[in-house]
Design a protein around this ligand. Structure first.
Ligand code: ZN
Length: 388
């Protein structure tokens, strides 16, 4: 018999209407899919799907783990979905595994989607970070310099975390992307800035970039890229039918600075922020319609995004600058600090959002959305604009 797991340090915060939310540092990971479990599940899925699902390694992490991608569907529209680029943000793993199982069954409803859409799903982009239950991956700057000798003497990238005697170093991988897909790291570009592009210093970001380029070659373009994350646990939506209730999931288009990233258009003319908002709406409307606007599963809001917010080094931004619609999910809370029931609800909401987007791509309805309707969704107190 093992001892009970030590309780993680936590703070319970009261919110509106008597709800409580708990912030947990280093939340425990039982109940969530580990990297070895992901390997087993995807292998089994591939073998039982009668050829519908194919699984490949698209790269190898610094710690030697395969970055696994599952492909399903034969349609001409292509979408990439990624989860756990931040290793302690795990609903994206669970929601994608559940979605892949659903799509592998050969039911008439899923076949109608898969005739129009090809999904490439990367449930766990950062398995090294996930196995350490932390945001960053697991590699030291010296190892990066070994791979890019031209960087000897340059300062580390600003999104590198140097670690300590007890914590190994690593990178925030969601700052390691550059819209120039042929970019090669240059010492004069380092350390870079929060607003600017990243440098493709890591196997994980390189693997996703290479996959994206391959799919561009195969399909002519990548229609959509979706990235699945977690946000803080204590946000309460302001406005809408669930005013004052906790956020379930917030959704966003890429943060590329004022006037919808106008400064980027000369160099990256394929950027289309309204298109990203149409795809985001397919997610948001799909969740709302599936559960009803009052449901706790349907607390869908706009993620923090003042007009000037700018993160060109995020994967979603780099791919949007290459013409893809780009949608971010931010689920409330980190790992399972809410217990099994709420964890299951959040996973379900994410899966429903993904499935809704696939359906809207398949039947073309995503293109009939009015991107301005995105702004009709509530926020959680950060948007002080006058209502319109
Ligand atoms: Zn994240």
């Amino acid at each position: 018999m093992g001892l009970p797991a030590a309780a993680a340090p936590s703070v319970t915060v009261p919110t509106a209407q008597g709800q409580k939310c708990t912030t947990v540092q280093d939340a425990p990971t039982s109940g969530w899919t580990s990297y070895p479990e992901l390997q087993r599940q995807l292998t089994r899925l591939e073998s039982t799907s009668q050829g519908r699902v194919s699984v490949d390694s698209i790269g190898t992490t610094h710690r030697g783990r395969d970055i696994l991608a599952a492909r399903v569907g034969t349609g001409p529209k292509v979408i990439i979905v990624t989860g756990a680029i931040h290793g302690n943000e795990r609903t994206g793993v669970e929601a994608q595994l559940s979605l892949l199982h659903r799509l592998s069954t050969g039911s008439p409803a899923t076949e109608a989607i898969l005739e129009e859409v090809t999904l490439v799903s990367i449930p766990m982009l950062n398995p090294d970070g996930l196995e350490l239950n932390r945001r960053v991956n697991d590699i030291a700057w010296a190892d990066t310099v070994d791979q890019f000798p031209q960087l000897a003497g340059a300062p580390p990238a600003w999104y590198y975390r140097g670690g300590s005697s007890s914590v190994s170093p690593g990178y925030d991988l969601n700052r390691d992307f550059h819209p120039d897909l042929d970019y090669v790291p240059q010492p004069g570009d380092l350390p870079g800035t929060q607003e600017g592009p990243g440098f493709y210093l890591n196997a994980e970001s390189q693997a996703l970039r290479d996959l994206y380029v391959d799919l561009q070659g195969e399909f002519g373009r990548v229609d959509a890229v979706v990235d699945l994350h977690h946000m803080g646990p204590c946000n309460v939506q302001t406005g809408g039918e669930r005013d004052g209730r906790q956020v379930t999931v917030s959704v966003d288009y890429p943060p590329l600075g004022v006037n919808d990233g106008a400064a980027y258009l000369e160099e990256y003319p394929l950027l289309d922020q309204d298109k990203s908002r149409r795809y985001a709406l397919a997610v948001m409307d799909g969740i709302t319609d599936s559960y009803g606007a009052q449901s706790p599963l349907a607390g869908v809001v706009r993620y923090f995004h003042p007009d000037e917010r700018e993160y060109a080094g995020q994967g979603r931004s780099a791919f949007a600058l290459n013409g893809s619609a780009s949608v971010l999910f931010e689920v409330r809370g980190q790992t399972q600090s809410f217990g099994q029931k709420q964890m299951g609800m959040l996973n379900k909401t994410v899966e429903t959002g993904l499935l809704s987007l696939l359906k809207a791509m398949a039947d073309g309805s995503v293109e009939d959305k009015d991107g301005d309707d995105f702004f009709d969704y509530p926020d959680y107190g950060w948007d002080t604009r006058e209502g319109d």
